[in-house]
Ligand binder design. Structure first.
Ligand code: IPM
Ligand code: MG
Length: 371
Protein backbone atom coordinates (compact mmCIF):
# COMPACT_ATOMS: atom_id res chain seq x y z
CA UNK A 1 0.00 0.00 0.00
CA UNK A 2 1.09 3.58 -0.62
CA UNK A 3 0.31 6.29 1.91
CA UNK A 4 1.32 9.92 2.17
CA UNK A 5 1.79 11.12 5.73
CA UNK A 6 2.19 14.78 6.70
CA UNK A 7 4.79 14.90 9.45
CA UNK A 8 4.62 17.68 12.03
CA UNK A 9 7.60 17.42 14.33
CA UNK A 10 6.65 20.61 16.18
CA UNK A 11 8.35 21.94 19.29
CA UNK A 12 10.27 20.68 22.33
CA UNK A 13 10.64 16.90 22.29
CA UNK A 14 8.36 16.66 19.24
CA UNK A 15 11.19 16.11 16.71
CA UNK A 16 12.85 13.45 18.89
CA UNK A 17 9.73 11.34 19.37
CA UNK A 18 8.68 11.72 15.74
CA UNK A 19 12.11 10.52 14.58
CA UNK A 20 11.52 7.26 16.46
CA UNK A 21 8.09 6.77 14.97
CA UNK A 22 9.54 7.28 11.49
CA UNK A 23 12.03 4.49 12.19
CA UNK A 24 9.09 2.32 13.18
CA UNK A 25 7.11 3.21 10.06
CA UNK A 26 10.11 2.43 7.89
CA UNK A 27 10.46 -0.94 9.61
CA UNK A 28 6.77 -1.68 8.99
CA UNK A 29 7.18 -0.57 5.38
CA UNK A 30 10.13 -2.92 4.90
CA UNK A 31 8.47 -5.87 6.58
CA UNK A 32 5.05 -5.56 4.95
CA UNK A 33 6.06 -3.96 1.68
CA UNK A 34 4.26 -0.64 2.14
CA UNK A 35 5.47 2.70 0.85
CA UNK A 36 5.13 5.57 3.25
CA UNK A 37 5.88 9.00 1.85
CA UNK A 38 6.63 11.59 4.51
CA UNK A 39 5.95 15.25 3.81
CA UNK A 40 7.24 17.69 6.46
CA UNK A 41 4.93 20.40 7.77
CA UNK A 42 5.80 23.22 10.19
CA UNK A 43 3.42 23.92 13.04
CA UNK A 44 3.70 25.48 16.48
CA UNK A 45 6.30 27.84 17.93
CA UNK A 46 8.80 26.73 15.26
CA UNK A 47 6.39 27.87 12.53
CA UNK A 48 5.82 31.21 14.28
CA UNK A 49 9.60 31.73 14.36
CA UNK A 50 9.87 30.89 10.66
CA UNK A 51 6.71 32.41 9.15
CA UNK A 52 5.05 34.51 11.85
CA UNK A 53 2.03 32.18 11.92
CA UNK A 54 1.55 28.84 13.75
CA UNK A 55 0.71 27.07 10.48
CA UNK A 56 0.70 28.39 6.91
CA UNK A 57 -2.14 27.85 4.44
CA UNK A 58 0.23 25.90 2.26
CA UNK A 59 1.05 23.51 5.10
CA UNK A 60 -2.64 23.16 5.98
CA UNK A 61 -3.23 22.17 2.38
CA UNK A 62 -0.46 19.55 2.54
CA UNK A 63 -2.17 18.05 5.61
CA UNK A 64 -5.55 18.06 3.89
CA UNK A 65 -4.06 16.32 0.82
CA UNK A 66 -2.28 13.64 2.85
CA UNK A 67 -3.76 10.32 3.93
CA UNK A 68 -2.99 11.17 7.56
CA UNK A 69 -1.10 13.59 9.76
CA UNK A 70 1.42 12.51 12.39
CA UNK A 71 2.18 15.11 15.05
CA UNK A 72 4.92 15.20 17.71
CA UNK A 73 4.04 18.06 20.06
CA UNK A 74 3.67 21.81 20.01
CA UNK A 75 4.07 24.55 22.61
CA UNK A 76 6.76 26.73 24.07
CA UNK A 77 7.04 28.38 27.51
CA UNK A 78 7.64 31.79 25.93
CA UNK A 79 3.97 31.74 24.85
CA UNK A 80 2.54 29.86 27.86
CA UNK A 81 3.69 32.60 30.20
CA UNK A 82 2.49 35.46 28.04
CA UNK A 83 -1.31 35.69 28.09
CA UNK A 84 -1.33 38.74 25.82
CA UNK A 85 0.56 37.03 22.97
CA UNK A 86 -1.62 37.44 19.89
CA UNK A 87 -0.10 34.54 17.99
CA UNK A 88 0.21 31.24 19.86
CA UNK A 89 1.42 27.76 18.86
CA UNK A 90 -1.89 26.14 19.93
CA UNK A 91 -3.79 28.19 17.35
CA UNK A 92 -2.10 26.06 14.70
CA UNK A 93 -3.45 22.85 16.18
CA UNK A 94 -6.95 24.26 16.66
CA UNK A 95 -6.98 25.51 13.06
CA UNK A 96 -5.76 22.18 11.75
CA UNK A 97 -8.46 20.31 13.70
CA UNK A 98 -11.16 22.68 12.48
CA UNK A 99 -10.02 22.87 8.84
CA UNK A 100 -9.68 19.10 8.54
CA UNK A 101 -13.01 18.55 10.33
CA UNK A 102 -11.43 16.30 12.97
CA UNK A 103 -14.44 16.11 15.26
CA UNK A 104 -13.71 12.83 17.02
CA UNK A 105 -10.79 12.69 19.42
CA UNK A 106 -10.07 9.21 20.76
CA UNK A 107 -7.87 8.79 23.84
CA UNK A 108 -7.41 5.22 25.06
CA UNK A 109 -6.38 4.87 28.71
CA UNK A 110 -4.63 1.58 29.42
CA UNK A 111 -2.15 0.42 32.05
CA UNK A 112 1.00 -1.62 31.53
CA UNK A 113 1.72 -4.08 34.35
CA UNK A 114 5.38 -3.10 34.42
CA UNK A 115 4.67 0.54 35.28
CA UNK A 116 1.77 0.37 37.73
CA UNK A 117 4.16 1.32 40.52
CA UNK A 118 4.65 4.68 38.79
CA UNK A 119 0.99 5.53 39.19
CA UNK A 120 -0.08 7.91 41.95
CA UNK A 121 -2.97 5.48 42.60
CA UNK A 122 -2.84 2.38 44.79
CA UNK A 123 -2.06 -0.83 42.90
CA UNK A 124 -5.38 -2.58 43.53
CA UNK A 125 -7.21 0.20 41.64
CA UNK A 126 -5.03 -0.17 38.59
CA UNK A 127 -4.94 -3.75 37.47
CA UNK A 128 -6.05 -3.80 33.83
CA UNK A 129 -7.60 -0.38 33.41
CA UNK A 130 -8.87 -0.18 29.87
CA UNK A 131 -11.19 2.60 28.85
CA UNK A 132 -11.34 5.13 26.07
CA UNK A 133 -12.39 8.76 25.98
CA UNK A 134 -14.33 10.02 22.95
CA UNK A 135 -13.95 13.79 23.07
CA UNK A 136 -15.80 16.09 20.65
CA UNK A 137 -13.02 18.20 19.20
CA UNK A 138 -14.25 21.05 17.01
CA UNK A 139 -17.19 22.50 18.90
CA UNK A 140 -18.15 23.84 22.30
CA UNK A 141 -16.42 26.60 24.20
CA UNK A 142 -13.17 26.17 22.28
CA UNK A 143 -14.72 27.44 19.07
CA UNK A 144 -17.63 29.61 20.25
CA UNK A 145 -17.67 33.39 19.91
CA UNK A 146 -15.08 35.13 22.10
CA UNK A 147 -15.43 38.68 23.34
CA UNK A 148 -13.34 41.16 25.29
CA UNK A 149 -14.72 44.64 25.97
CA UNK A 150 -12.81 47.81 25.08
CA UNK A 151 -11.74 48.42 28.68
CA UNK A 152 -10.52 44.83 28.82
CA UNK A 153 -12.48 44.29 32.02
CA UNK A 154 -14.95 41.68 30.82
CA UNK A 155 -14.58 38.67 28.56
CA UNK A 156 -16.75 35.80 27.40
CA UNK A 157 -16.49 32.47 25.56
CA UNK A 158 -19.62 30.99 24.11
CA UNK A 159 -20.28 27.26 24.42
CA UNK A 160 -22.60 26.06 21.70
CA UNK A 161 -23.45 22.68 20.15
CA UNK A 162 -25.73 21.64 17.34
CA UNK A 163 -27.56 18.33 17.08
CA UNK A 164 -25.41 17.44 14.03
CA UNK A 165 -22.19 17.97 15.97
CA UNK A 166 -23.43 15.76 18.79
CA UNK A 167 -24.71 13.07 16.45
CA UNK A 168 -21.57 12.38 14.48
CA UNK A 169 -19.29 11.66 17.43
CA UNK A 170 -22.04 9.87 19.37
CA UNK A 171 -22.37 7.25 16.61
CA UNK A 172 -18.60 6.72 16.64
CA UNK A 173 -18.60 6.27 20.43
CA UNK A 174 -21.51 3.79 20.37
CA UNK A 175 -19.83 1.78 17.62
CA UNK A 176 -16.69 1.60 19.73
CA UNK A 177 -18.70 0.49 22.79
CA UNK A 178 -20.39 -2.24 20.73
CA UNK A 179 -17.09 -3.91 19.96
CA UNK A 180 -15.63 -3.28 23.40
CA UNK A 181 -17.43 -4.12 26.66
CA UNK A 182 -20.77 -2.58 25.73
CA UNK A 183 -20.88 0.38 28.10
CA UNK A 184 -21.04 4.07 27.27
CA UNK A 185 -20.91 6.86 29.85
CA UNK A 186 -21.93 10.34 28.76
CA UNK A 187 -20.11 12.92 30.87
CA UNK A 188 -21.76 16.34 31.06
CA UNK A 189 -23.02 19.05 33.39
CA UNK A 190 -26.71 18.67 32.61
CA UNK A 191 -27.70 20.03 36.03
CA UNK A 192 -26.37 23.43 34.92
CA UNK A 193 -25.70 23.70 31.19
CA UNK A 194 -28.21 23.86 28.34
CA UNK A 195 -25.68 22.33 25.92
CA UNK A 196 -25.34 19.35 28.25
CA UNK A 197 -29.09 18.84 28.32
CA UNK A 198 -29.07 18.78 24.51
CA UNK A 199 -26.28 16.19 24.59
CA UNK A 200 -28.31 13.99 26.99
CA UNK A 201 -31.42 14.20 24.85
CA UNK A 202 -29.61 13.36 21.62
CA UNK A 203 -27.42 10.63 23.06
CA UNK A 204 -30.46 9.00 24.70
CA UNK A 205 -32.28 9.08 21.37
CA UNK A 206 -29.34 7.61 19.44
CA UNK A 207 -28.85 4.91 22.10
CA UNK A 208 -31.99 3.15 20.81
CA UNK A 209 -30.03 2.24 17.67
CA UNK A 210 -27.45 0.44 19.80
CA UNK A 211 -29.50 -1.87 22.05
CA UNK A 212 -26.47 -3.93 23.06
CA UNK A 213 -24.80 -0.90 24.64
CA UNK A 214 -25.68 0.13 28.18
CA UNK A 215 -25.80 3.93 28.50
CA UNK A 216 -25.27 5.84 31.70
CA UNK A 217 -24.62 9.47 32.64
CA UNK A 218 -22.22 11.22 34.98
CA UNK A 219 -21.79 14.88 35.83
CA UNK A 220 -18.27 15.96 35.01
CA UNK A 221 -17.27 16.75 38.59
CA UNK A 222 -18.41 13.32 39.71
CA UNK A 223 -16.69 11.73 36.72
CA UNK A 224 -13.38 13.26 37.82
CA UNK A 225 -13.78 11.52 41.19
CA UNK A 226 -14.85 8.20 39.69
CA UNK A 227 -11.89 8.08 37.29
CA UNK A 228 -9.65 8.20 40.36
CA UNK A 229 -11.71 5.98 42.66
CA UNK A 230 -13.06 3.39 40.20
CA UNK A 231 -11.15 3.64 36.93
CA UNK A 232 -12.03 0.06 36.05
CA UNK A 233 -15.74 0.90 35.95
CA UNK A 234 -15.39 2.75 32.62
CA UNK A 235 -15.48 1.41 29.09
CA UNK A 236 -16.27 4.28 26.68
CA UNK A 237 -16.57 7.84 27.97
CA UNK A 238 -18.28 10.28 25.59
CA UNK A 239 -18.00 13.98 26.29
CA UNK A 240 -17.78 17.48 24.87
CA UNK A 241 -14.61 19.34 24.02
CA UNK A 242 -13.56 21.11 27.22
CA UNK A 243 -14.60 18.32 29.62
CA UNK A 244 -12.74 15.85 27.42
CA UNK A 245 -9.61 17.99 27.51
CA UNK A 246 -9.57 18.06 31.30
CA UNK A 247 -10.64 14.47 31.93
CA UNK A 248 -8.15 13.03 29.46
CA UNK A 249 -5.23 14.67 31.26
CA UNK A 250 -6.62 13.47 34.58
CA UNK A 251 -7.04 9.94 33.25
CA UNK A 252 -3.62 9.86 31.64
CA UNK A 253 -1.68 10.29 34.88
CA UNK A 254 -3.32 7.34 36.62
CA UNK A 255 -1.71 4.92 34.17
CA UNK A 256 1.78 5.60 35.49
CA UNK A 257 3.19 7.51 32.53
CA UNK A 258 1.61 9.99 30.18
CA UNK A 259 4.51 9.04 27.91
CA UNK A 260 2.73 5.81 26.96
CA UNK A 261 -0.55 7.22 25.68
CA UNK A 262 -1.40 7.98 22.06
CA UNK A 263 -4.48 9.65 20.65
CA UNK A 264 -6.20 10.07 17.34
CA UNK A 265 -8.46 12.78 15.93
CA UNK A 266 -10.69 11.55 13.15
CA UNK A 267 -12.87 13.36 10.65
CA UNK A 268 -14.78 12.13 7.64
CA UNK A 269 -11.82 12.45 5.27
CA UNK A 270 -8.68 12.67 7.37
CA UNK A 271 -7.02 11.65 10.64
CA UNK A 272 -4.41 13.18 12.92
CA UNK A 273 -2.33 11.00 15.23
CA UNK A 274 -0.27 12.23 18.15
CA UNK A 275 0.92 11.46 21.68
CA UNK A 276 -1.25 12.80 24.51
CA UNK A 277 1.73 14.48 26.14
CA UNK A 278 2.92 17.99 25.38
CA UNK A 279 6.22 19.39 24.11
CA UNK A 280 8.12 18.92 27.45
CA UNK A 281 10.49 21.81 26.66
CA UNK A 282 12.82 21.06 29.59
CA UNK A 283 13.79 17.78 27.90
CA UNK A 284 14.27 19.20 24.42
CA UNK A 285 17.36 17.81 22.70
CA UNK A 286 18.37 15.63 25.67
CA UNK A 287 17.24 12.34 24.09
CA UNK A 288 15.41 11.36 27.28
CA UNK A 289 11.78 11.54 26.13
CA UNK A 290 9.55 8.49 26.01
CA UNK A 291 8.85 7.79 22.32
CA UNK A 292 6.22 5.11 23.01
CA UNK A 293 3.15 7.35 22.95
CA UNK A 294 4.10 8.54 19.45
CA UNK A 295 5.00 5.02 18.32
CA UNK A 296 1.60 3.84 19.58
CA UNK A 297 0.02 6.79 17.74
CA UNK A 298 1.51 5.23 14.61
CA UNK A 299 -0.28 1.98 15.52
CA UNK A 300 -3.55 3.92 15.74
CA UNK A 301 -2.79 5.47 12.35
CA UNK A 302 -2.21 2.06 10.78
CA UNK A 303 -5.53 0.84 12.21
CA UNK A 304 -7.12 3.86 10.57
CA UNK A 305 -5.53 2.66 7.30
CA UNK A 306 -7.00 -0.79 8.12
CA UNK A 307 -3.52 -2.26 8.46
CA UNK A 308 -4.53 -4.23 11.56
CA UNK A 309 -1.74 -6.82 11.49
CA UNK A 310 0.87 -4.09 11.17
CA UNK A 311 -0.63 -2.14 14.08
CA UNK A 312 -0.62 -5.31 16.19
CA UNK A 313 3.06 -5.83 15.40
CA UNK A 314 3.84 -2.32 16.69
CA UNK A 315 1.84 -2.84 19.88
CA UNK A 316 3.62 -6.14 20.51
CA UNK A 317 7.01 -4.54 19.90
CA UNK A 318 6.27 -1.79 22.42
CA UNK A 319 5.06 -4.38 24.96
CA UNK A 320 8.22 -6.41 24.29
CA UNK A 321 10.42 -3.36 24.99
CA UNK A 322 8.53 -2.68 28.22
CA UNK A 323 8.96 -6.32 29.31
CA UNK A 324 12.69 -6.12 28.58
CA UNK A 325 12.87 -3.01 30.74
CA UNK A 326 13.87 -0.96 27.71
CA UNK A 327 12.22 2.16 29.08
CA UNK A 328 12.89 5.88 29.28
CA UNK A 329 13.63 8.00 32.34
CA UNK A 330 9.99 8.80 33.14
CA UNK A 331 9.55 5.08 33.88
CA UNK A 332 12.93 4.05 35.25
CA UNK A 333 15.32 6.58 36.72
CA UNK A 334 17.78 3.81 37.60
CA UNK A 335 18.45 2.27 34.20
CA UNK A 336 16.83 4.41 31.56
CA UNK A 337 17.30 3.89 27.85
CA UNK A 338 17.53 6.92 25.59
CA UNK A 339 14.71 7.93 23.29
CA UNK A 340 16.72 7.16 20.15
CA UNK A 341 17.87 3.73 21.35
CA UNK A 342 14.30 2.76 22.27
CA UNK A 343 13.31 3.75 18.73
CA UNK A 344 16.16 1.70 17.22
CA UNK A 345 15.36 -1.37 19.28
CA UNK A 346 11.64 -1.29 18.60
CA UNK A 347 12.21 -0.71 14.88
CA UNK A 348 14.73 -3.57 14.72
CA UNK A 349 12.37 -5.82 16.63
CA UNK A 350 9.68 -5.12 14.07
CA UNK A 351 11.91 -5.62 11.07
CA UNK A 352 13.73 -8.68 12.28
CA UNK A 353 10.65 -10.97 12.79
CA UNK A 354 12.64 -12.87 15.38
CA UNK A 355 13.67 -10.57 18.17
CA UNK A 356 16.08 -12.85 19.97
CA UNK A 357 19.18 -12.42 17.82
CA UNK A 358 19.36 -8.96 16.31
CA UNK A 359 17.97 -7.14 19.27
CA UNK A 360 20.30 -8.65 21.83
CA UNK A 361 23.21 -7.63 19.65
CA UNK A 362 21.74 -4.16 19.30
CA UNK A 363 21.25 -3.88 23.02
CA UNK A 364 24.94 -4.57 23.54
CA UNK A 365 25.99 -2.10 20.89
CA UNK A 366 23.73 0.57 22.23
CA UNK A 367 24.84 0.28 25.83
CA UNK A 368 27.24 3.11 25.28
CA UNK A 369 24.36 5.45 24.63
CA UNK A 370 22.22 4.27 27.50
CA UNK A 371 21.73 7.08 29.96
C1 IPM B 1 -4.98 18.72 23.94
C2 IPM B 1 -4.30 20.02 24.23
C3 IPM B 1 -4.91 21.10 23.32
C4 IPM B 1 -6.37 21.22 23.69
C5 IPM B 1 -4.19 22.45 23.39
C6 IPM B 1 -2.73 22.31 23.05
C7 IPM B 1 -4.86 23.47 22.52
O1 IPM B 1 -4.40 20.35 25.57
O2 IPM B 1 -4.88 18.23 22.80
O3 IPM B 1 -5.60 18.17 24.85
O4 IPM B 1 -6.70 21.92 24.65
O5 IPM B 1 -7.18 20.61 23.01
MG1 MG C 1 -5.29 18.83 26.74
Amino acid sequence: MKKQIAIIKGDGIGPEVINQSIKVLNAIGARFDHQFKFVPVDMGACAIDKYGVPITDNDLEICAQSDAVLLGAIGDPKYDNNPSAKVRPEQGLLKLRKDLGLYCNIRPIVTYDSIVDNSPLKNHLLNKIDFVIYRELIGGIYFGEKTLNKEQTEASDLCSYSVEQIEQITHKAFKAAEIRRGKLTLVDKANVLETSRLWRKEVTRIAKQYPKVELDFLFVDNAAMQIIQQPKSFDVILTENMFGDILSDLASVITGSIGMLPSSSIGNTNGLFEPIHGSYPQAKGLDIANPNATILAVAMMLEYFEMFTEAGVIRKAVAWAMDQNIVSRDISTQSPTSCSVIGDLIANHIESFDSSTINKKNMEESKGVLI
